[in-house]
Ligand binder design. Sequence first.
Ligand SMILES: Cc1cc2nc3c(=O)[nH]c(=O)nc-3n(C[C@H](O)[C@H](O)[C@H](O)COP(=O)(O)OP(=O)(O)OC[C@H]3O[C@@H](n4cnc5c(N)ncnc54)[C@H](O)[C@@H]3O)c2cc1C
Length: 348
Amino acid sequence: MIDYIVVGFGLAGLAFVEELKKNDKLFVVYENYSQKSSRVAGGLYNPVILKRFTAAWLASEQLELALPFYKNIQDKLGEALVSELPVLRRFNNIEEQNLWFEACDKPVLETFLSSDLIRNENEALDIPFQYGSVKGTGKIDIKKMLSLYVLDLKKKELLINESLEYDELVTETDFIEYKGLRAKNIVFAEGFGVRSNPFFNYLPLQGNKGEYIIIKCKGLQLKEAVKSSIFIIPLGDDLYKVGATYNNQDKTPNITESAREQLQMKLERFLKIDYEVVDQVAGIRPTIRDRRPLIGTHPEYKSMHIINGLGSRGILIGPYVANKLYNFIENNGSLEKEIDIKRFENLR
Ligand SMILES: Cc1cc2nc3c(=O)[nH]c(=O)nc-3n(C[C@H](O)[C@H](O)[C@H](O)COP(=O)(O)OP(=O)(O)OC[C@H]3O[C@@H](n4cnc5c(N)ncnc54)[C@H](O)[C@@H]3O)c2cc1C
């Protein structure tokens, strides 16, 4: 009997697997590549919500945990994955500058927002009201991290490239059995894919589709991520990720022309030079209406657990909630009400 089956290997699955490795648990992962949220994400970690100038949920605690977490993975995988990357917020008008100054004095935000305005010196960009700069930001190459990690798991025969077929799961009192394999626990980390999971699809996961275009722009020479109504994120070799869109109607996985047009229109409001769109990607963020993760144990089947609802901030939230879930299952730890799936028990 092994300790865990983990279903799904995006940011949530990875964070939980790290807990299992740290605690010498025996596990196997199932991954079918049906969801792409983690693999297409911008990869930014940023403790501040730049639309409203507020601190993200538990920003300081999560950042403190997440940075060493990803740096440790980087060291183990032996490739550059984590880089510090300044994020500059483009102000649209004087009112926004004033709101920024007000935010700079607020608790938590004062550690992350710089009150020195930054003048734009890049002639390719139209920045009439200067920038505000955020501290403690950076970028993770999530796609590379996940694929290197998958290679390592495959080498150790710990990853199976198959869909977990829910109707093949047999639930016993103290364990589950799947196609002859017994495990003490199963953890579902399926992102938006949980909507097909008959054990947990009562949970109100909404999903929000996001698309990026990737542009090539020789003259831009940007070293920082710039946030206006969209982000421009430098990737190296004159390539930039531009986006993302937010769409809670379309739940299809494919890229769309309307998203590309929307992103180009927003980009051209402040990028003044020619560029070429070289690629486009799409994924569905696992979002919940109360903007909190979905963590916990199935109300009926005590060997079944879930880690989901990482929304639009999976990099920072993942390690934090994986640690909470692990301690909840193994060490009688407590789960805060706001993340516990118990809050949706009335929906069953
Ligand atoms: C366009 C976009 C930009 C984003 N930018 C950022 C950003 O800059 N910073 C940030 O922190 N967050 C960002 N996010 C959010 C972040 O990507 C998500 O919070 C995160 O990806 C959620 O991870 P997850 O592991 O829960 O889901 P997923 O990444 O969707 O992973 C779930 C995995 O489970 C697998 N799976 C599902 N069902 C099964 C099954 N039955 N059997 C086997 N495998 C299965 C899927 O194939 C998938 O690999 C962005 C998201 C999008 C879409």
